[in-house]
Write a protein that binds this ligand. Structure first.
Ligand SMILES: C[S@@+](CC[C@H](N)C(=O)[O-])C[C@H]1O[C@@H](n2cnc3c(N)ncnc32)[C@H](O)[C@@H]1O
Length: 256
């Protein structure tokens, strides 16, 4: 079985669209996985994935890069706090937010902390999704090491976390504001009525075609005037074709 055949079979059996991931990076990670697991061929790997559900999960964990932290790119989060969220909150009482490809939860919990401070009396809807089920289980536990909280102020650390050994556990009142669910950006339907979609540091791994499809999907999921917040190293060149306008670096607004 060659690489192309392996991708075809994985798509049919698992609905995982490896063709939408940039090929060089994908092959590098796949080859690393084969070496680490002492697997000799793609057919042996496919055989393993189909015979053992846990093997598929381990494979997916290896393939996806889960690096994340609270308030990643602090300058952008400050813009979100000072300009974007106040504007959204002014036009709508209760807002609907989606943290797509949320990894272990630092991103949606950062959003929950900000919303808690900007509008403590309101209960907003905060959806957080990722393709990787194991990662979501970790997010629900909500325990983080020093690196993940390096951009969290002392005040926020005290207010929203409990020290646990060498790490920090997010408090229950923040945890309960976020609903976690498995969702594949390349295969599953997108919801609608969102005022803010945060999707950062994942589409860089996808082909340009897949990126366009995802960004179009986000635009359709946003309310008129709603915002898309992307990663610090990312850019949407054809945002106008998607009915969006660029407002600040990393922020796009769906046209009203
Ligand atoms: C580098 S992390 C980004 C986490 C967070 N958004 C941030 O910027 O800190 C990338 C995440 O994308 C997820 N991912 C990869 N492919 C995906 C897909 N097709 N659909 C949804 N999530 C995916 C991975 O499981 C991983 O948790």
């Amino acid at each position: 079985m060659d690489f192309e055949e392996f991708k075809r079979r994985v798509l049919v059996s698992f609905r995982l669209d490896l063709n939408s991931y940039k090929e060089t990076q994908l092959k590098r990670r796949l080859d690393g996985y084969l070496t680490r697991q002492k697997i000799k061929s793609y057919s042996e790997l496919f055989q393993q994935l189909t015979s053992d559900r846990r093997a598929y999960q381990t494979f997916l964990d290896h393939l996806t890069i889960n690096v994340t932290e609270f308030f990643r790119d602090p300058h952008r989060w400050l813009e979100l706090e000072k300009k974007i969220l106040p504007e959204i909150l002014q036009s709508r009482g209760i807002i609907k937010v989606w943290s797509a490809a949320c990894s272990i939860g630092a991103e949606p919990y950062s959003l929950a902390i900000m919303l808690n401070e900007l509008s403590p009396a309101r209960i907003h809807r905060l959806d957080a999704t990722d393709i990787d089920k194991t990662i979501l289980d970790t997010a629900i536990v909500g325990e983080y090491g020093q690196d993940a909280v390096r951009n969290v102020s002392k005040e926020r650390l005290v207010k929203y976390f409990t020290v646990q050994g060498n790490g920090y556990l997010i408090n229950e009142n923040i945890k309960k504001k976020v609903s976690f669910k498995r969702h594949d950006l390349l295969a599953d339907n997108y919801g609608n009525g969102y005022d803010l979609i945060v999707c950062r540091n994942v589409t860089i791994y996808f082909t340009r075609e897949a990126q366009d499809k995802i960004n179009k999907g986000f635009s359709q999921s946003l309310n008129p005037g709603g915002f898309l917040f992307i990663g610090g190293s990312e850019m949407i060149f054809n945002y106008q074709d998607m009915d969006m306008e660029k407002v600040y670096p990393c922020f796009y607004r769906k046209k009203k």
